[in-house]
Ligand binder design. Structure first.
Ligand SMILES: Nc1ncnc2c1ncn2[C@@H]1O[C@H](COP(=O)(O)OP(=O)(O)OP(=O)(O)O)[C@@H](O)[C@H]1O
Ligand SMILES: [Mg+2]
Length: 311
């Protein structure tokens, strides 16, 4: 059996407010397997439990129950070795305001015992477009710069598993592309990447595996293609040579609606209905088709569908 890069078993987290006695169960016994070398997206609505999960892995939040293994190393009994495998970029930006960026990275590398000769401070800064900020104290950086410094910090010890909690929040378009190119390069070189993001298009482009978490439960975890394939509802739009004011009888058996002035839109399940049958029915109605377009479901459609069902 090949070991997972990250394996989570029965992970639970209950937050208790000692003052009010309020209890909030943020993780309800989660199982998750992240294959080595994968680019894994963990998606979920606000408050679903993503950061709680990541902060437990990062050892800044204490779990209530469950087990975590990093490359087979037990986070409870082999914590130091397990943590060395990890580079984690938290959602909340916390940086020492009085340290210049490059010193911060050098310090971090020292903390992980990376010998001076093996440090990659300049290279990492360059990849994250921070070279010209190397000597600035972090309090002089903009929000997007601080987030990139956080990413740089997570990379100094060349972790085999990189965990990014909303790394592109507040990062501008060009730098986001640059950042993703770099993370992709790391992934190609073997780094396992776990990513949370609310930019579903980004997740769809980057990730090969996707898990969806909702109300502290994993409601899907599979290869991206199979997840998107779950939703086989498609949309076909036909445009005719003349205005249509009502759905012709021949098309009434489909889920069809008028798109004024000359269009009809048909929702169908590819498993049940063929496009050929729809086109044939449209032709039978005596209307002349002048154009057609079809729309496939994307990750956003599946995400909405699954999180709505589970609500
Ligand atoms: N320190 C805490 N004390 C009490 N409840 C908390 C604490 N941190 C998080 N929670 C609660 O746990 C749940 C999960 O929060 P979490 O931050 O893990 O969500 P998330 O999926 O990361 O959301 P977002 O997309 O907004 O970042 C939420 O209901 C949140 O209010
Ligand atoms: Mg979060």
């Amino acid at each position: 059996m090949t070991e997972s890069a990250l394996r989570i078993e029965g992970l639970q987290k209950t937050y208790r407010n000692s003052r009010t006695g309020d209890v909030k169960t943020a993780l309800k016994g989660i199982d998750l397997d992240i294959p080595r070398g994968s680019f894994f997206g963990l998606l979920g609505p606000n408050g679903a439990g993503k950061s709680t999960l990541i902060n437990i892995i990062a050892d800044v939040t204490v779990k209530t129950a469950g087990k975590i293994f990093i490359n087979g190393l037990d986070m409870d009994t082999q914590k130091q070795a397990a943590k060395r495998q990890l580079g984690i970029v938290p959602q909340e930006v916390v940086l020492d305001p009085f340290f210049p960026v490059n010193e911060m990275l050098e310090y971090q590398a020292g903390y992980y015992g990376v010998p001076k000769a093996k440090r990659r401070t300049a290279e990492i800064l360059e990849k994250l477009a921070l070279s010209d900020k190397a000597h600035l104290n972090s309090r002089r950086l903009s929000g997007g710069m601080k987030r990139r410094v956080l990413i740089a910090k997570a990379l100094v010890h060349s972790p085999s598993v990189l965990i990014l909690d909303e790394p592109t929040a507040g990062v501008d378009v060009d730098l986001r592309i640059r950042l993703w190119n770099y993370v992709r390069e790391l992934n190609r070189q073997g780094t396992t990447v776990l990513l949370t993001t609310h930019y579903l298009e980004e997740a769809e482009t980057l990730c090969d595996h996707i898990a969806i978490i909702n109300h502290g439960e994993i409601i899907a975890s599979e290869e991206k293609s199979s997840l998107i394939g779950r939703l086989d509802e498609k949309l076909l739009t036909l445009r005719f040579s003349q205005p249509v004011t009502e759905v012709p009888a021949a098309l009434a058996k489909f889920d069809a609606s008028i798109v004024p002035p000359t269009g009809i839109q048909i929702r169908y399940h590819a498993r049940e209905v063929s496009v050929g049958a729809i086109l044939q029915a449209a032709t039978q109605s005596g209307l002349e088709i002048v154009d057609l377009s079809s729309q496939e479901p994307d990750l956003e459609d599946v995400f909405r569908h699954l999180t709505r069902d589970a609500a």
